[in-house]
Design a protein around this ligand. Structure first.
Ligand code: MEZ
Length: 493
């Protein structure tokens, strides 16, 4: 690894801060200071990155300009090439998207007696779910409760969360962990067999359940198998490009575009679930992203074009710690779990400038302020960055903790000759999550009869700022609900 002189000097200063312990004594912001930080430094507040929608159900709303162009652009379906009367697939439930939410939905729909077809843009399991690292939240410990989980999430979400969706999320948390365990997900356990749980940013209790730092990959591994076991038909490399409605305005299927043959396929379905994930690969405002290649807002666009409103489509989450060096992994996720295990964010002068478990929007804004305004960032080839003091994890929790709890991250850096157990790493916010999305009700239903949505493409559950681990939870909770509801709708349609 090549360090500039400045980086070497900074590293020495970081080492000098190691006697600081993660405690309440670290800088915490007051509510007023947080408000000011978010107003001035949060990337969402760069007005020039947004455009006002001039048509559709959210006419007049401001959304990222890249998204506005897609929502109002022309259809990706060339109508001249599509014969809607030529039906290639007929099914009860069509699930669009092969990530965690789509898989959970497909499994439940099949278990509830429906014929299920899943259409995926890439392969089954190619999705943000598999890239999720740090954990899944659920209030299933004695000192915790869904009510405490609710209060944390609604505070973190700036009280913008839709209460009925958040209630559904937290109440089903323990059941979601149980469901995943019953399918074979191997969560970390203590020697007495109880699940290990940790804190995340903005959580008042330790309720993060994890599988090392590859929680999403482990969940996706199990869900992928279960989709196959449940007898779901999977059509890969075939993104849906347009929804079909019948004469009464009810969901009736979708048109797929086959990447292999470049043909359109018409799917007729009695109910449809959109689970296409986020939009990080649109790289709003030129930000790097932690997201999967498939995350290009497909579901949002299809739903909007069919007349379904979006909620908080302007609320984007920047994960505070994207890798800022080396360039090969620029923007990749450095899990919040590192901070929950005690690592601190440290500026050029070796100062820990905030409590590392403030909520994500506050931490991201504080890093940007450190770099831009206070000139305490470190130049890291693509731009400024701050240190994340990873060796602190072993120092606080005992040698070997990193190997046990963060194996994937050690591996990611090892490839570039960096040993994160010995060297701090450089981080900067990365585009991570779409807080807003398709409007749904507590049964995952949209305003179009027979059309459901689940996962990162929906909005309202997390308000305008999601807490760590609540997304892996929502894909399971609302994916399963969508699957059951769509199956039962298809039986009446
Ligand atoms: O929920 C997330 O986004 C998450 C767990 C990310 C992480 O830092 O690991």
């Amino acid at each position: 690894m090549i360090y500039t002189e400045e980086m070497r000097a900074s590293q020495a200063r970081v080492e000098a801060t190691r006697n600081i312990r993660l405690s309440e004594e670290l800088p915490r912001f007051t509510a007023e200071e947080k408000g000011e930080l978010l107003r001035q430094y949060h990337p969402d507040y760069h007005e020039e990155g947004f455009a006002v929608l001039t048509a559709g159900p959210n006419k007049g709303d401001k959304v990222p300009k890249e998204l506005a162009a897609l929502l109002q652009g022309k259809s990706r379906m060339d109508t001249a090439d599509v014969d809607l009367d030529h039906i290639q697939f007929e099914t009860d439930v069509l699930v669009i998207g092969g990530g965690g939410a789509g898989a959970a939905a497909a499994i439940e729909a099949a278990r509830h007696g429906a014929r299920v077809l899943m259409a995926t843009k890439l392969r089954l399991g190619d999705a943000n779910t598999g890239m999720a690292e740090g954990g899944i939240q659920a209030a299933d410990k004695e000192n915790d409760s869904p009510a405490a989980h609710y209060l944390d999430a609604i505070g973190g979400g700036h009280y913008k969360n839709k209460p009925e969706l958040l209630a559904e999320l937290v109440l089903h948390g323990p059941e979601a962990i149980h469901w995943l365990s019953s399918l074979g997900v191997l969560f970390d356990k203590d020697s007495d067999g109880s699940m290990v749980t940790t804190h995340g940013g903005g959580t008042s209790r330790k309720r993060m359940h994890a599988c090392g730092d590859y929680t999403g990959a482990e969940i996706m591994r199990v869900l992928r198998d279960e989709v196959r076991n449940a007898g779901v038909d999977v059509v890969e490399y075939s993104p849906a490009v347009e929804l079909l409605l019948d004469g009464e305005g009810q969901a009736a299927g979708a048109v797929l575009y086959d990447f292999d043959t470049h043909e359109y396929h018409v799917v007729r379905a009695k109910s449809v679930i959109i689970a296409t994930g986020g939009a990080g690969r649109l790289h709003y405002q030129g930000f790097p992203t932690s997201n999967h290649y498939g995350s290009t807002a497909d579901g949002l666009v299809m739903a909007y074009r069919a007349g379904v409103p979006l909620i908080y489509a302007d609320a984007i989450q920047y994960h505070p710690t994207g890798a800022a060096y080396p360039p090969q992994i620029y923007g990749a996720l450095v899990t919040e779990k590192v901070r929950s295990l005690g690592a601190m964010l440290v500026n050029k002068n070796g100062e820990a400038f905030l409590h590392p478990l403030e909520t994500r929007d506050v931490v991201a804004a504080a890093i940007i302020r450190e770099c831009q305004e206070r000139d305490k960032g470190i130049y890291a080839l693509h731009g400024p960055a701050v240190w994340l003091d990873t060796p602190m994890v072993d120092l606080i929790n005992g040698e070997g903790t990193m190997e046990k709890r963060l194996p994937a991250m050690i591996h990611m850096y090892e490839k570039f000759g960096i040993d994160i157990r010995k060297q701090p790493i450089l981080v900067y916010p990365t585009l991570h999550y779409q807080n807003g999305g398709i409007c749904i009700g507590a049964k995952s239903e949209t305003k179009i009869p027979g059309l459901y949505a689940a996962g990162e493409d929906v909005g309202g559950i997390h308000g305008t700022n999601r807490l760590m681990g609540n997304s892996l939870l929502d894909i399971i909770v609302f994916g399963r609900i969508a699957g059951m509801e769509a199956a039962s709708y298809s039986q009446t349609a």
